[in-house]
Write a protein that binds this ligand. Structure first.
Ligand code: ADP
Ligand code: ASP
Ligand code: MG
Length: 421
């Protein structure tokens, strides 16, 4: 007998019919003798609709009320899932974040989970109940509803799994696993059987939205194995597989040591809508970068790639960095208004960049991955605007119009295309 936390994403609970399909997966696990807790997202499109209503009511709204509104989508699906499970003969009860409680900090709209009290969930599961918990939300130290940021139900699921000491966390979604790149962009993408936490972390932070970054960080920290699989597979198909894990198509996100076959490049990611900002003739003094990025951090602007040149005249340098397109105007204004805090000559920038990255733990031991990436892009006539690297990834910023072309070219170049496609 295992204890499993299962999470269903928005498309998996988009209608009552789909909730029924999702519930059949839960029933299979319960019938097999496992203890199960469920975490649900809102119906797909619902959170966007709720965000739209909040902005329509007032673009300058109080973040506490934003959370009160956008958290409601998950309350609906949690209740519906509990009803559907009960109808199937499974004792089930829904729990909103505050009822568990899932305690978070008070960063409304992007809250972090601080603590989950497992008592009630633990008791229910031991008594043969299936608790259904709203994803994406919690309660602040002031007793207000908070939300965790878009895609946050993945994080709720992993946090619940860690809190109730689950054996694994199954993420049910609309694809049957983690692919070498987004299968919507490259139909030849292949499903990975296993991927390491570290590679998944890079993939999530570089644009593969199949898992929220924070959920992977948490799974890695608490050693919760994640299984990404499809809700739309037949729930009654045989489920025996290696490691006591289902033998159905899926991807196991696990420790690097558990992966025998290590690829040099495991995946290619794409993040669009990246704006580039350059500060020229910045004084080459200690504290200048802290001034620039402190100014942006004060505004809550998240900076991604950062490149600083050496000062060839010994006095001034250039700094280029990227922010999401949606934060571009705010970032420019913040820098222009920073006054004496930052001494620079000129400010320039543009929206509409795309960040394309190649990821793989094999890069640690293989030279030449970056140079071959640049060659593959050059062969397609694609100009590289910025480059950043880490131990297991290389990212480039290019013009958005070449984004898909670049992803496809790199996917083919590194031999990731499905053989029979
Ligand atoms: P959910 O609503 O279940 O949380 P998401 O839409 O958040 O689902 O995430 C699943 C989607 O992630 C897939 O439909 C797919 O288009 C996209 N995706 C992006 N990159 C990848 C990848 N490397 N592997 C699998 N899916 C990916
Ligand atoms: N419903 C939330 C969103 O759309 C959380 C989630 O689905 O993970 O962002
Ligand atoms: Mg998601």
């Amino acid at each position: 007998m295992a204890r499993i936390v299962v999470k269903f994403g928005g498309t998996s609970v988009a209608t009552v019919e789909r909730i029924r399909q999702a519930a059949r997966h839960v029933k299979r696990e319960v019938d097999a003798g496992h203890e199960v807790a469920v975490v649900v997202s809102a119906m797909s499109g619902k959170t966007n609709e709720l965000v739209g209503w909040v902005n329509e009511a007032s673009p300058l709204h109080d973040a506490r009320e934003y959370d009160a509104v956008v958290a409601s989508g998950e309350q609906v699906t949690a209740g519906l899932m509990a009803i559907v499970l009960s109808e199937m003969g499974i004792q089930s009860r829904s729990f909103a974040g505050w009822q568990v409680p899932i305690r978070t900090d008070d960063a409304h709209g992007a809250a972090r989970i601080v603590e989950i009290d497992p008592t009630e969930l633990d008791k229910r599961m031991k008594d043969g109940w299936v608790p259904v918990i709203t994803g994406f939300q919690g309660i602040s130290p002031h007793g207000r509803i908070t939300t965790l940021g878009r895609g946050g139900s993945d994080t709720s699921a992993v946090a619940v799994a860690a809190a109730v000491k689950a054996d694994r966390c199954d993420i049910y979604t609309d694809v049957d696993g983690v692919y070498t790149t987004d299968p919507r962009i490259v139909p030849k993408a292949q499903r990975l059987t296993k991927i390491s936490f570290e590679e998944m972390l890079e993939m999530a932070s570089l644009g593969a939205k199949v898992l929220m970054i924070r959920s992977v960080e948490m799974a890695m920290a608490y050693k919760v194995p994640l299984l990404v699989r499809s809700t739309f597979d037949d729930p009654d198909a045989p489920q025996v597989g290696p490691d006591g894990l289902p033998g159905v198509p899926g991807t196991l996100v696990c420790d690097e040591d558990e992966i025998m076959e290590k690829h040099i490049v495991s995946g290619v990611t794409l993040a669009k809508a990246e704006a580039k900002i350059t500060l020229r003739d910045v004084k080459d003094n200690p504290g200048v970068a802290a001034g620039v990025f402190g100014t942006l951090a004060d505004q809550g602007i998240v900076v991604d790639m950062i490149v600083q040149n050496i000062a060839d005249d010994g006095a001034t340098t250039d700094i280029t960095f990227t922010v999401p397109d949606s934060e571009y105007d705010k970032a420019i204004k913040a820098l222009e208004n920073a006054g004496d805090k930052i001494e620079y000559g000129r400010l320039s920038g543009s929206k509409g960049g795309a960040k394309v990255s190649v990821i793989g733990v094999g890069m640690r031991s293989h030279a030449g991955v970056a140079s071959s990436m640049f060659r593959a892009l050059a062969d397609k006539g694609i100009n590289i605007q910025l480059i950043t690297t880490s131990e297991i990834k290389t990212s480039v910023l290019i013009d958005e119009q070449y984004a898909e072309l670049a992803v496809r070219a790199l996917h083919t170049y590194y031999g990731l295309d499905k053989k029979d496609a």
